[in-house]
Design a protein around this ligand. Structure first.
Ligand code: HEM
Length: 424
Protein backbone atom coordinates (compact mmCIF):
# COMPACT_ATOMS: atom_id res chain seq x y z
CA UNK A 1 0.00 0.00 0.00
CA UNK A 2 2.64 2.56 0.96
CA UNK A 3 4.26 4.47 -1.86
CA UNK A 4 6.57 6.10 0.63
CA UNK A 5 8.39 4.68 3.62
CA UNK A 6 6.61 4.30 6.92
CA UNK A 7 4.76 1.70 8.93
CA UNK A 8 1.55 0.21 7.56
CA UNK A 9 -1.49 0.38 9.83
CA UNK A 10 -2.39 -2.95 11.43
CA UNK A 11 -5.45 -4.82 10.20
CA UNK A 12 -7.15 -8.17 9.70
CA UNK A 13 -5.34 -10.47 7.28
CA UNK A 14 -8.46 -11.81 5.60
CA UNK A 15 -8.75 -14.50 3.00
CA UNK A 16 -5.89 -14.72 0.48
CA UNK A 17 -8.14 -14.16 -2.53
CA UNK A 18 -11.00 -11.98 -1.43
CA UNK A 19 -9.32 -10.05 1.39
CA UNK A 20 -11.84 -9.08 4.07
CA UNK A 21 -14.73 -8.65 1.68
CA UNK A 22 -16.72 -11.68 2.85
CA UNK A 23 -16.46 -10.76 6.57
CA UNK A 24 -17.54 -7.22 5.79
CA UNK A 25 -20.37 -8.28 3.51
CA UNK A 26 -21.92 -10.72 5.98
CA UNK A 27 -21.82 -8.52 9.09
CA UNK A 28 -20.48 -5.02 8.39
CA UNK A 29 -21.37 -3.56 11.81
CA UNK A 30 -19.71 -6.42 13.69
CA UNK A 31 -16.72 -6.51 11.35
CA UNK A 32 -15.93 -2.80 11.68
CA UNK A 33 -16.45 -2.89 15.47
CA UNK A 34 -14.14 -5.91 15.83
CA UNK A 35 -11.48 -4.23 13.67
CA UNK A 36 -11.54 -1.13 15.89
CA UNK A 37 -11.42 -3.19 19.10
CA UNK A 38 -8.56 -5.35 17.88
CA UNK A 39 -6.40 -2.96 15.82
CA UNK A 40 -7.04 0.54 17.17
CA UNK A 41 -7.65 3.93 15.62
CA UNK A 42 -6.29 3.36 12.11
CA UNK A 43 -7.01 -0.05 10.56
CA UNK A 44 -5.89 -1.38 7.19
CA UNK A 45 -9.02 -3.07 5.80
CA UNK A 46 -7.62 -3.86 2.37
CA UNK A 47 -4.81 -2.92 0.02
CA UNK A 48 -6.31 0.54 -0.65
CA UNK A 49 -8.79 0.82 2.16
CA UNK A 50 -8.33 2.24 5.65
CA UNK A 51 -10.80 2.61 8.55
CA UNK A 52 -10.25 5.53 10.93
CA UNK A 53 -11.85 5.44 14.37
CA UNK A 54 -10.40 8.26 16.48
CA UNK A 55 -12.31 11.58 16.35
CA UNK A 56 -9.07 13.42 15.45
CA UNK A 57 -8.75 11.37 12.27
CA UNK A 58 -12.49 11.56 11.56
CA UNK A 59 -12.16 15.35 11.70
CA UNK A 60 -9.01 15.28 9.58
CA UNK A 61 -10.90 13.38 6.86
CA UNK A 62 -14.28 15.14 6.95
CA UNK A 63 -13.09 18.70 7.51
CA UNK A 64 -10.09 18.30 5.18
CA UNK A 65 -8.45 21.69 5.70
CA UNK A 66 -5.77 21.15 3.05
CA UNK A 67 -8.03 19.67 0.36
CA UNK A 68 -6.30 16.34 0.19
CA UNK A 69 -9.46 14.20 0.11
CA UNK A 70 -12.43 13.98 -2.25
CA UNK A 71 -15.73 12.16 -2.01
CA UNK A 72 -14.44 8.78 -3.00
CA UNK A 73 -14.46 8.06 -6.69
CA UNK A 74 -15.80 4.51 -6.56
CA UNK A 75 -18.84 5.89 -4.73
CA UNK A 76 -19.32 8.66 -7.23
CA UNK A 77 -19.00 6.23 -10.11
CA UNK A 78 -21.51 3.88 -8.53
CA UNK A 79 -23.97 6.69 -7.98
CA UNK A 80 -23.46 8.02 -11.46
CA UNK A 81 -24.44 4.55 -12.56
CA UNK A 82 -27.70 4.45 -10.58
CA UNK A 83 -28.38 7.90 -12.01
CA UNK A 84 -28.41 11.55 -10.93
CA UNK A 85 -24.79 12.48 -11.78
CA UNK A 86 -25.69 16.17 -12.08
CA UNK A 87 -26.94 16.51 -8.51
CA UNK A 88 -24.99 18.58 -5.96
CA UNK A 89 -24.48 15.48 -3.82
CA UNK A 90 -22.64 13.75 -6.68
CA UNK A 91 -20.52 16.71 -7.77
CA UNK A 92 -17.02 17.85 -6.88
CA UNK A 93 -14.99 21.08 -6.58
CA UNK A 94 -16.31 24.39 -7.91
CA UNK A 95 -19.31 22.73 -9.55
CA UNK A 96 -20.35 21.25 -6.17
CA UNK A 97 -19.92 24.57 -4.35
CA UNK A 98 -22.04 26.48 -6.85
CA UNK A 99 -24.82 23.88 -6.59
CA UNK A 100 -24.65 23.75 -2.80
CA UNK A 101 -24.96 27.55 -2.51
CA UNK A 102 -27.90 27.49 -4.88
CA UNK A 103 -29.83 25.09 -2.63
CA UNK A 104 -29.09 26.80 0.67
CA UNK A 105 -32.20 29.10 0.81
CA UNK A 106 -34.53 26.10 1.06
CA UNK A 107 -32.96 25.17 4.40
CA UNK A 108 -33.14 28.66 6.01
CA UNK A 109 -34.89 29.01 9.40
CA UNK A 110 -37.93 30.88 8.04
CA UNK A 111 -38.58 28.04 5.56
CA UNK A 112 -38.22 25.49 8.34
CA UNK A 113 -40.97 27.22 10.33
CA UNK A 114 -43.35 26.43 7.46
CA UNK A 115 -42.13 22.86 7.42
CA UNK A 116 -42.87 22.53 11.16
CA UNK A 117 -46.47 23.70 10.70
CA UNK A 118 -46.92 21.25 7.81
CA UNK A 119 -45.43 18.40 9.85
CA UNK A 120 -47.82 18.94 12.74
CA UNK A 121 -50.83 18.91 10.40
CA UNK A 122 -49.54 15.73 8.79
CA UNK A 123 -49.25 14.06 12.20
CA UNK A 124 -52.92 14.89 12.85
CA UNK A 125 -53.93 13.32 9.53
CA UNK A 126 -51.80 10.24 10.24
CA UNK A 127 -53.20 9.72 13.74
CA UNK A 128 -56.76 10.16 12.44
CA UNK A 129 -56.06 7.26 10.06
CA UNK A 130 -55.06 4.88 12.89
CA UNK A 131 -57.59 2.83 14.84
CA UNK A 132 -57.10 2.75 18.61
CA UNK A 133 -55.56 -0.64 19.46
CA UNK A 134 -54.31 -1.22 15.89
CA UNK A 135 -51.01 -3.08 15.40
CA UNK A 136 -48.59 -0.92 13.39
CA UNK A 137 -45.35 -1.60 11.62
CA UNK A 138 -43.64 1.60 12.75
CA UNK A 139 -40.97 2.06 10.08
CA UNK A 140 -43.32 2.27 7.06
CA UNK A 141 -45.63 4.55 9.06
CA UNK A 142 -42.76 6.92 9.84
CA UNK A 143 -41.52 6.68 6.23
CA UNK A 144 -44.90 7.76 4.86
CA UNK A 145 -45.09 10.63 7.33
CA UNK A 146 -41.51 11.85 6.71
CA UNK A 147 -41.85 11.51 2.94
CA UNK A 148 -45.05 13.56 2.82
CA UNK A 149 -43.45 16.29 4.93
CA UNK A 150 -40.21 16.32 2.91
CA UNK A 151 -41.82 16.17 -0.52
CA UNK A 152 -44.24 18.99 0.33
CA UNK A 153 -41.29 21.06 1.50
CA UNK A 154 -39.20 20.31 -1.57
CA UNK A 155 -41.79 20.11 -4.34
CA UNK A 156 -44.91 21.82 -3.04
CA UNK A 157 -48.35 20.44 -2.38
CA UNK A 158 -48.71 18.36 -5.55
CA UNK A 159 -45.93 15.87 -4.94
CA UNK A 160 -48.27 12.82 -4.76
CA UNK A 161 -47.15 10.29 -7.37
CA UNK A 162 -43.54 11.39 -7.27
CA UNK A 163 -43.50 10.73 -3.53
CA UNK A 164 -44.75 7.18 -3.97
CA UNK A 165 -42.23 6.42 -6.68
CA UNK A 166 -39.44 7.88 -4.53
CA UNK A 167 -40.41 5.42 -1.82
CA UNK A 168 -40.32 2.48 -4.22
CA UNK A 169 -36.93 3.57 -5.61
CA UNK A 170 -35.46 3.96 -2.12
CA UNK A 171 -36.77 0.55 -1.08
CA UNK A 172 -35.12 -0.99 -4.15
CA UNK A 173 -31.82 0.76 -3.38
CA UNK A 174 -31.96 -0.45 0.23
CA UNK A 175 -32.56 -4.04 -0.90
CA UNK A 176 -29.62 -3.75 -3.25
CA UNK A 177 -27.27 -2.27 -0.66
CA UNK A 178 -28.27 -4.79 2.04
CA UNK A 179 -27.45 -7.72 -0.26
CA UNK A 180 -24.07 -9.19 0.70
CA UNK A 181 -23.13 -10.44 -2.76
CA UNK A 182 -24.00 -7.80 -5.30
CA UNK A 183 -24.19 -8.74 -8.98
CA UNK A 184 -23.05 -6.23 -11.60
CA UNK A 185 -25.69 -3.60 -12.37
CA UNK A 186 -26.25 -4.87 -15.93
CA UNK A 187 -27.15 -8.38 -14.69
CA UNK A 188 -30.93 -8.96 -14.80
CA UNK A 189 -31.24 -10.19 -11.21
CA UNK A 190 -34.60 -9.52 -9.49
CA UNK A 191 -33.00 -6.88 -7.26
CA UNK A 192 -31.35 -5.08 -10.20
CA UNK A 193 -34.53 -5.26 -12.29
CA UNK A 194 -36.65 -3.87 -9.47
CA UNK A 195 -34.21 -1.02 -9.06
CA UNK A 196 -34.20 -0.24 -12.78
CA UNK A 197 -38.02 -0.31 -12.94
CA UNK A 198 -38.49 1.93 -9.94
CA UNK A 199 -35.89 4.45 -11.11
CA UNK A 200 -37.57 4.65 -14.53
CA UNK A 201 -40.91 5.27 -12.84
CA UNK A 202 -39.37 7.95 -10.63
CA UNK A 203 -37.83 9.60 -13.71
CA UNK A 204 -41.21 9.77 -15.44
CA UNK A 205 -43.01 11.22 -12.41
CA UNK A 206 -40.37 13.84 -11.71
CA UNK A 207 -40.24 14.93 -15.35
CA UNK A 208 -44.01 15.35 -15.34
CA UNK A 209 -43.85 17.50 -12.20
CA UNK A 210 -41.00 19.63 -13.59
CA UNK A 211 -42.89 20.20 -16.84
CA UNK A 212 -46.07 21.39 -15.09
CA UNK A 213 -46.51 25.12 -15.59
CA UNK A 214 -48.10 25.41 -12.12
CA UNK A 215 -44.82 24.38 -10.58
CA UNK A 216 -43.35 27.61 -11.82
CA UNK A 217 -40.51 29.71 -10.59
CA UNK A 218 -40.99 31.90 -7.54
CA UNK A 219 -42.45 29.15 -5.40
CA UNK A 220 -40.74 28.71 -2.08
CA UNK A 221 -39.67 25.14 -2.79
CA UNK A 222 -36.53 23.60 -4.28
CA UNK A 223 -38.55 23.02 -7.42
CA UNK A 224 -39.50 26.71 -7.63
CA UNK A 225 -35.97 27.78 -6.81
CA UNK A 226 -34.41 25.62 -9.50
CA UNK A 227 -37.02 26.49 -12.13
CA UNK A 228 -36.43 30.17 -11.46
CA UNK A 229 -32.64 29.95 -11.77
CA UNK A 230 -30.94 32.53 -13.95
CA UNK A 231 -29.53 31.47 -16.38
CA UNK A 232 -32.15 28.72 -16.69
CA UNK A 233 -31.13 25.19 -15.79
CA UNK A 234 -31.33 22.14 -17.98
CA UNK A 235 -34.43 20.15 -16.82
CA UNK A 236 -32.14 17.12 -16.49
CA UNK A 237 -30.18 18.94 -13.80
CA UNK A 238 -33.36 19.90 -11.93
CA UNK A 239 -34.44 16.29 -12.18
CA UNK A 240 -31.23 14.92 -10.62
CA UNK A 241 -31.25 17.47 -7.81
CA UNK A 242 -34.87 16.73 -6.90
CA UNK A 243 -34.39 12.97 -7.00
CA UNK A 244 -31.38 12.96 -4.68
CA UNK A 245 -32.88 15.47 -2.25
CA UNK A 246 -36.12 13.50 -2.01
CA UNK A 247 -34.25 10.25 -1.52
CA UNK A 248 -31.85 11.55 1.11
CA UNK A 249 -34.50 13.72 2.72
CA UNK A 250 -36.91 11.22 4.21
CA UNK A 251 -35.61 7.67 4.78
CA UNK A 252 -32.88 8.78 7.23
CA UNK A 253 -35.43 10.89 9.12
CA UNK A 254 -37.92 8.01 9.20
CA UNK A 255 -35.23 5.66 10.52
CA UNK A 256 -34.28 8.09 13.31
CA UNK A 257 -37.97 8.35 14.29
CA UNK A 258 -38.43 4.58 14.26
CA UNK A 259 -35.32 3.99 16.37
CA UNK A 260 -36.63 6.67 18.72
CA UNK A 261 -39.97 4.92 19.31
CA UNK A 262 -38.13 1.63 19.83
CA UNK A 263 -35.70 3.07 22.40
CA UNK A 264 -38.27 5.21 24.20
CA UNK A 265 -40.67 2.25 24.24
CA UNK A 266 -38.08 0.01 25.89
CA UNK A 267 -37.07 2.67 28.47
CA UNK A 268 -40.15 3.66 30.52
CA UNK A 269 -38.18 6.18 32.62
CA UNK A 270 -37.17 8.06 29.47
CA UNK A 271 -40.75 7.93 28.19
CA UNK A 272 -42.07 9.43 31.46
CA UNK A 273 -39.61 12.31 31.30
CA UNK A 274 -40.34 12.89 27.64
CA UNK A 275 -44.09 13.05 28.13
CA UNK A 276 -43.59 15.44 31.08
CA UNK A 277 -42.41 17.99 28.50
CA UNK A 278 -45.98 17.94 27.24
CA UNK A 279 -45.38 17.95 23.53
CA UNK A 280 -42.93 20.86 23.41
CA UNK A 281 -40.78 20.38 20.25
CA UNK A 282 -38.15 22.76 21.72
CA UNK A 283 -37.88 20.79 24.99
CA UNK A 284 -34.34 20.20 26.30
CA UNK A 285 -35.02 16.58 27.17
CA UNK A 286 -36.50 15.83 23.75
CA UNK A 287 -33.35 17.29 22.19
CA UNK A 288 -31.22 14.99 24.38
CA UNK A 289 -33.36 11.97 23.43
CA UNK A 290 -32.94 12.66 19.70
CA UNK A 291 -29.17 13.09 20.09
CA UNK A 292 -28.88 9.85 22.03
CA UNK A 293 -31.02 7.93 19.51
CA UNK A 294 -28.74 9.01 16.67
CA UNK A 295 -25.67 8.18 18.73
CA UNK A 296 -26.69 4.56 19.24
CA UNK A 297 -28.46 4.04 15.92
CA UNK A 298 -27.02 6.57 13.44
CA UNK A 299 -29.06 6.34 10.20
CA UNK A 300 -25.85 7.24 8.32
CA UNK A 301 -23.63 4.61 9.88
CA UNK A 302 -20.64 4.74 7.54
CA UNK A 303 -19.20 6.99 4.87
CA UNK A 304 -15.93 7.34 3.03
CA UNK A 305 -13.57 9.64 1.19
CA UNK A 306 -10.72 9.07 -1.21
CA UNK A 307 -7.28 10.60 -0.67
CA UNK A 308 -6.28 12.81 -3.60
CA UNK A 309 -2.79 13.34 -2.13
CA UNK A 310 -0.72 11.44 0.44
CA UNK A 311 -1.89 12.14 4.02
CA UNK A 312 -0.83 11.07 7.48
CA UNK A 313 -3.44 9.41 9.67
CA UNK A 314 -2.63 8.60 13.29
CA UNK A 315 1.10 8.49 12.50
CA UNK A 316 0.71 6.28 9.41
CA UNK A 317 1.48 7.54 5.90
CA UNK A 318 -1.49 6.89 3.63
CA UNK A 319 -0.93 7.25 -0.13
CA UNK A 320 -3.15 9.03 -2.64
CA UNK A 321 -5.90 6.85 -4.06
CA UNK A 322 -6.83 5.22 -0.73
CA UNK A 323 -10.45 4.90 0.37
CA UNK A 324 -10.75 6.14 3.95
CA UNK A 325 -13.80 4.88 5.79
CA UNK A 326 -15.28 6.53 8.88
CA UNK A 327 -18.11 4.87 10.79
CA UNK A 328 -20.57 6.65 13.05
CA UNK A 329 -21.62 3.24 14.36
CA UNK A 330 -18.08 2.50 15.58
CA UNK A 331 -16.99 5.93 16.86
CA UNK A 332 -20.33 6.67 18.58
CA UNK A 333 -19.99 3.47 20.64
CA UNK A 334 -16.43 4.08 21.85
CA UNK A 335 -16.06 3.94 25.65
CA UNK A 336 -13.27 6.53 25.56
CA UNK A 337 -15.90 9.18 24.76
CA UNK A 338 -19.04 7.70 26.31
CA UNK A 339 -19.41 6.05 29.74
CA UNK A 340 -21.35 2.77 29.34
CA UNK A 341 -21.58 3.38 25.59
CA UNK A 342 -24.18 0.71 24.86
CA UNK A 343 -26.67 2.13 27.39
CA UNK A 344 -29.43 4.40 26.07
CA UNK A 345 -29.10 7.37 28.40
CA UNK A 346 -30.32 10.73 27.03
CA UNK A 347 -29.28 12.44 30.29
CA UNK A 348 -25.64 12.21 29.21
CA UNK A 349 -26.39 15.07 26.79
CA UNK A 350 -27.91 17.37 29.40
CA UNK A 351 -24.53 18.29 30.87
CA UNK A 352 -22.72 18.75 27.58
CA UNK A 353 -21.85 16.26 24.88
CA UNK A 354 -18.72 14.13 24.50
CA UNK A 355 -15.29 15.71 25.03
CA UNK A 356 -14.45 15.68 21.32
CA UNK A 357 -16.54 17.38 18.62
CA UNK A 358 -16.01 14.47 16.19
CA UNK A 359 -16.89 11.73 18.66
CA UNK A 360 -20.43 12.44 17.41
CA UNK A 361 -21.14 13.09 13.73
CA UNK A 362 -24.56 11.72 12.70
CA UNK A 363 -24.69 14.36 9.95
CA UNK A 364 -21.06 14.05 8.92
CA UNK A 365 -19.10 17.28 9.08
CA UNK A 366 -16.96 19.77 7.22
CA UNK A 367 -17.95 21.24 3.87
CA UNK A 368 -19.78 18.11 2.72
CA UNK A 369 -21.76 17.65 5.92
CA UNK A 370 -25.50 17.19 5.61
CA UNK A 371 -27.24 20.20 4.06
CA UNK A 372 -30.53 18.99 5.56
CA UNK A 373 -29.39 18.55 9.18
CA UNK A 374 -31.47 21.38 10.66
CA UNK A 375 -34.45 20.37 8.54
CA UNK A 376 -34.18 16.79 9.80
CA UNK A 377 -33.75 17.81 13.46
CA UNK A 378 -36.69 20.19 13.32
CA UNK A 379 -38.88 17.60 11.63
CA UNK A 380 -37.95 14.85 14.08
CA UNK A 381 -38.61 17.12 17.08
CA UNK A 382 -41.99 18.34 15.79
CA UNK A 383 -43.19 14.87 14.79
CA UNK A 384 -42.02 13.28 18.06
CA UNK A 385 -43.61 15.94 20.28
CA UNK A 386 -46.87 15.95 18.31
CA UNK A 387 -47.13 12.15 18.18
CA UNK A 388 -46.26 11.62 21.84
CA UNK A 389 -48.98 14.02 22.96
CA UNK A 390 -51.58 12.20 20.84
CA UNK A 391 -50.65 8.50 21.14
CA UNK A 392 -48.66 5.93 23.07
CA UNK A 393 -46.93 3.05 21.28
CA UNK A 394 -46.89 -0.31 23.10
CA UNK A 395 -44.05 -2.26 21.51
CA UNK A 396 -44.68 -5.86 20.48
CA UNK A 397 -41.73 -8.27 20.79
CA UNK A 398 -39.06 -5.56 21.02
CA UNK A 399 -36.39 -8.24 21.65
CA UNK A 400 -36.60 -9.17 17.97
CA UNK A 401 -35.67 -5.69 16.71
CA UNK A 402 -32.45 -5.59 14.68
CA UNK A 403 -30.55 -3.04 12.61
CA UNK A 404 -30.21 -3.80 8.91
CA UNK A 405 -27.11 -2.03 7.60
CA UNK A 406 -28.08 -1.07 4.06
CA UNK A 407 -27.11 2.26 2.53
CA UNK A 408 -28.56 3.56 5.82
CA UNK A 409 -29.24 1.80 9.13
CA UNK A 410 -32.74 0.39 8.85
CA UNK A 411 -34.71 -0.72 11.92
CA UNK A 412 -36.25 -4.15 11.36
CA UNK A 413 -39.16 -5.46 13.40
CA UNK A 414 -40.36 -2.37 15.31
CA UNK A 415 -44.06 -3.11 15.74
CA UNK A 416 -46.43 -1.53 18.22
CA UNK A 417 -50.05 -1.35 19.29
CA UNK A 418 -51.16 2.27 19.11
CA UNK A 419 -53.16 3.74 22.02
CA UNK A 420 -54.79 7.06 21.33
CA UNK A 421 -54.63 9.55 24.21
CA UNK A 422 -57.50 11.81 25.24
CA UNK A 423 -57.11 15.26 23.67
CA UNK A 424 -55.79 18.10 25.86
C1 HEM B 1 -31.76 12.12 10.24
C2 HEM B 1 -31.67 12.54 9.00
C3 HEM B 1 -30.40 12.67 8.19
C4 HEM B 1 -29.16 12.10 8.41
C5 HEM B 1 -28.75 11.16 9.54
C6 HEM B 1 -28.30 12.56 7.34
C7 HEM B 1 -26.95 12.24 7.24
C8 HEM B 1 -26.08 12.76 6.30
C9 HEM B 1 -24.65 12.56 6.29
C10 HEM B 1 -23.86 11.77 7.31
C11 HEM B 1 -24.17 13.22 5.20
C12 HEM B 1 -22.69 13.32 4.79
C13 HEM B 1 -22.26 12.12 3.99
C14 HEM B 1 -20.77 12.14 3.76
O1 HEM B 1 -20.04 12.84 4.44
O2 HEM B 1 -20.32 11.37 2.91
C15 HEM B 1 -25.28 13.82 4.50
C16 HEM B 1 -25.19 14.54 3.32
C17 HEM B 1 -26.26 15.05 2.65
N1 HEM B 1 -27.58 15.08 3.10
FE1 HEM B 1 -28.28 14.31 4.83
N2 HEM B 1 -29.02 13.35 6.49
C18 HEM B 1 -30.30 13.46 6.97
C19 HEM B 1 -31.32 14.22 6.43
C20 HEM B 1 -31.25 14.92 5.25
C21 HEM B 1 -32.30 15.73 4.68
C22 HEM B 1 -33.65 16.01 5.36
C23 HEM B 1 -31.84 16.20 3.48
C24 HEM B 1 -32.51 17.09 2.45
C25 HEM B 1 -33.75 17.24 2.25
C26 HEM B 1 -30.50 15.70 3.30
C27 HEM B 1 -29.70 15.95 2.19
C28 HEM B 1 -28.34 15.69 2.13
C29 HEM B 1 -27.50 16.08 1.00
C30 HEM B 1 -27.95 16.75 -0.28
C31 HEM B 1 -26.19 15.68 1.34
C32 HEM B 1 -24.93 15.85 0.47
C33 HEM B 1 -24.21 17.12 0.85
C34 HEM B 1 -22.99 17.41 0.01
O3 HEM B 1 -22.50 16.52 -0.69
O4 HEM B 1 -22.50 18.56 0.05
N3 HEM B 1 -30.17 14.93 4.39
N4 HEM B 1 -26.44 13.52 5.20
Amino acid sequence: MADRPGPRPPGPRGDRWSGNFADYAVDPLGFLSRCAAEFGDVVLLGEHNVLVVHPDEVERILVDRDRSVVKDRPNLRRRAHTGFPRAMMNSEGGDWLRKRRRLQPVFRPERLAALAAGAEAEVDRTVAGWRDGELLDIHPEMARLALTVASTHLLGASAGEAAESVQRAVEAIMRLTATPMRLPAWFPSPVNLALRRSLAELDRNLDAIIARPSAGPGHDTVLGLLKGADPPLDPAEIHDELATLLMSGYETTAEALTWLWYLVGTHPGVDRRLSAEAGDPAGAYLDAVVKEVMRLYPPAWVTSRETAAPVELGGYPVPAGTTVTVSQWVTHRDERWYAAPLVFDPARWLDGGPPHRYAYFPFGGGPRGCIGASMALREIAVITAALRSRVRFELVEPDGVRPRPALTLQPRGVRAVVRKLPAG
